[in-house]
Design a protein around this ligand. Sequence first.
Ligand code: HEC
Length: 307
Amino acid sequence: MKLLKFNLVFIPVLALCFGAIGYLTQQALVESARQHVEQNARIIMEAALSSRTYTTKQVAPLLLQKNFKLETAVSELRKTIEDVPKSVDQNVPNDLRTSVKRGFLLGQQHALTALEDFLNSIKGKSDELLDTEFHPQSVPAFAATEIFGYLREKFPNYFYKEATLNPTNPRDRATDWETDIVNQFRGDTDHIEISAARDTPNGISVFLARPIKVNNVSCLECHSTAEKAPPEMIKLYGTANGFGWKLDDIIGAQIVSVPLSVPLQIAEAAFFRLLWWFVGAFLVILLIGNVMVFALTRPPRLPREAK
Ligand code: HEC
């Protein structure tokens, strides 16, 4: 009877304790998965920033240097072409016979005509040597986006975007939820990072966003007005988008998205493994409780009668 009473109280209390521990453990595992994913997103964000820095510090100066060398070489070539004698030198030594003189002049004339033909043929070519194309590869935003395009071939649920309200390249245009994030940064300029979980067609993802600010006057060279931008860039991108940016404006946000589903599955599997341990512990404690109550409440044995 005592054992029944004990179990009627002990089992619900024990179940409540284990329920609470189970719930807290599950919450802790999910939170740790989320933090793990957020850390991954932070590393990806730093990788994007590094690829931007690499482009600014190494690729763009290299292209500039190469172009400068080419321009110098072409202008020297042009000068050489201009300095080439255009007419026959009439100063023939007087002691030559008339026929030799004529031959001398004729030879010079032939050589000059051949040289002129040659110079005319290379005249237009010198401009072809000049690099007049715009290379987006030297633009940091392009480099970071392209690099992540390659990464996504292996990890399609990972995502990086320089989401911009008025972008030069339409692929960078901010979608609805991205626009909300950019506007949050624009509304509160002290905000330097936003991170949250989000439902996507491929499951839950954690995103991490940081504002993109026009932090240098050099940006305005290409992003203020179409007239100021390099004509080769306009040829490639047109005049409609990516202009009118102002110094210190927040014009977009770098957004990294990392899937949460895999770490969540791992956390769930860990939780179910723990659950079996919980059930085992529950049963052991119950058994020990019952044995102890049984032992303590057993009526004391009567001493044997003395013979
Ligand atoms: C030499 C011209 C040039 C300069 C200077 C330049 N950009 Fe750009 N920027 C571009 C081009 C071109 C693109 C489009 C690249 C692409 O196709 O992805 C672009 C793209 C971007 C993007 C992605 C959104 C969009 O417009 O497509 C951001 C953000 C950006 N630039 C920010 C900056 C900032 C900040 C600076 C200054 C630190 C800067 N840019 C300087 C030419 C330039």
